[in-house]
Design a protein around this ligand. Structure first.
Ligand code: GDP
Length: 295
C-alpha cells in the first residue's frame, strides 16, 4: 500500500497526469481538510499548468469547521474556487459538478454563442495517496468504480464516468506525491493516517500528536482521557510523555511492574484521533494563527 516515491516514480506520476490533462477541462485537486498544506503536492501548480482547477477539501467531517471556513476564504483569495466535502457520506459532494460548471462558464458560453452544443464538463481528480480520491469518484459516480489502492506505475484504459448529465470524470485519479522536505509534514500525514506506520514509529507519531493536541485542542484531549492538567510547557518532551503514560494508565495499557505500555497507548491515541473520537481537529490553518512548529 505504501508507495516508495523515488524520483522515477515522481516523473512517471507527473507524466501520467500531464497526459490526462489533454483530455480534460478541469482538474479537481483533492486535499485533506485536516492538513491542507501537508496533503498538497509541492509541485501541483507546475504539474497542472494553467488548467482550470477546483480545490476540494475532503474529510471535512473530521476537520474543525471554523478552520475549514478559513481555508475556503484563503483559497478564494489565492484565486481558486474551493468546496469542502465529506466523500464518505456524500455531504456537499454535489457542489463539485456545480462549481466545475461555474468555473468553465465562459468557455461554455462561448461554445453556445458559436452554436456548439456544449458537452459534459470533463474532470480529473488528483491528490496524494489516501486523501480519498477513490471514495470521491465512487460517490460522484453513485456506484463502485475505482479500486481503492495506489499503483502509480500502472496504467490502464481510460474510461469516462458520468456524474449526472453535465459532468464526466476519468475513472482513474491522478496520484501525486506528498511533500517530503519537512519532517513535520510526515508526522502530520502520519497522524491523519495518510502515511503508513511502518515508515514512522507509532510512539513517535503519537508523541507528536499529543504535543500538537495539548497545544491546540487540550479540552478535547482532557475530556476524552480524563486528564488533570495541561502541560505547563508544550515544548517539554517529558511532560508530553507523562501525559501519554497517564492516557495509557487510564486505558489499562500496563506491562509488568506497573510500567505503561507506551506503544499500546500510542495505538489507542492514534486510532481515536483518526476516527474523530477526539472531535473535529485541524492541524493547519492559513496565515499565522497556527504557525508551523519545528519538531
Ligand atoms: P485514495 O488513496 O486517495 O483513493 O483514498 P481512498 O478513497 O482509498 O480513501 C482513504 C481512506 O479515507 C478510506 O479509509 C476512506 O474510507 C477514507 N475517506 C475518504 N473520504 C473520506 C471522508 O470524506 N471522510 C472520512 N471520514 N473518511 C474518508
Amino acid at each position: 500500500m505504501a508507495i516508495q516515491w523515488f524520483p522515477g516514480h515522481m516523473t512517471r506520476a507527473r507524466r501520467q497526469i500531464q497526459d490526462k490533462l489533454k483530455l480534460i477541462d478541469i482538474a479537481i485537486e483533492l486535499l485533506d481538510a485536516r492538513v491542507p498544506l501537508s496533503s498538497r503536492n509541492p509541485m501541483v501548480d507546475d504539474i497542472l499548468q494553467n488548467k482550470p482547477r477546483l480545490i476540494v477539501l475532503n474529510k471535512s467531517d473530521l476537520a474543525d469547521p471554523k478552520t475549514t471556513e478559513k481555508w475556503m476564504t484563503y483559497f478564494a483569495q489565492e484565486g481558486h474556487e474551493c468546496v469542502a466535502v465529506d466523500s464518505h457520506t456524500g455531504t456537499r459532494v454535489g457542489d463539485i459538478p456545480t462549481k466545475a460548471k461555474e468555473l468553465l462558464h465562459e468557455k461554455i458560453s462561448r461554445q453556445i454563442a458559436k452554436g456548439i452544443n456544449p458537452r459534459a464538463v470533463r474532470g480529473l481528480i488528483v491528490g496524494i495517496p489516501n486523501v480519498g480520491k477513490s471514495t470521491l469518484i465512487n460517490r460522484l459516480a453513485g456506484r463502485n468504480i475505482a479500486a481503492t489502492g495506489d499503483k502509480p506505475g500502472v496504467t490502464k484504459g481510460q474510461q469516462w464516468i458520468k456524474v449526472g448529465t453535465e459532468m464526466e470524470l476519468l475513472d482513474t485519479p491522478g496520484i501525486l506525491w506528498p511533500k517530503f522536505e519537512d519532517q513535520l509534514v510526515g508526522y502530520r500525514l502520519a497522524m491523519t493516517g495518510a502515511i503508513r506506520e511502518q515508515i514512522l514509529n507509532v510512539d513517535d507519531i503519537a508523541f507528536f500528536a499529543v504535543r500538537e493536541l495539548a497545544d491546540r485542542y487540550w479540552p478535547a484531549l482532557q475530556e476524552r482521557y480524563d486528564l488533570v492538567k495541561p502541560p505547563s510547557d508544550p515544548e517539554d518532551s517529558e511532560e508530553i510523555v507523562r501525559i501519554m503514560e497517564d492516557i495509557g494508565r487510564k486505558r489499562g495499557c500496563l506491562m509488568g511492574g506497573g510500567r505503561v505500555d507506551l506503544e499500546k497507548a500510542s495505538g489507542i491515541i492514534l486510532r481515536d484521533l483518526r476516527a474523530g473520537k477526539l472531535g473535529r481537529i485541524t492541524l493547519e490553518a492559513p496565515y499565522d494563527d497556527m504557525p508551523v512548529r519545528k519538531l
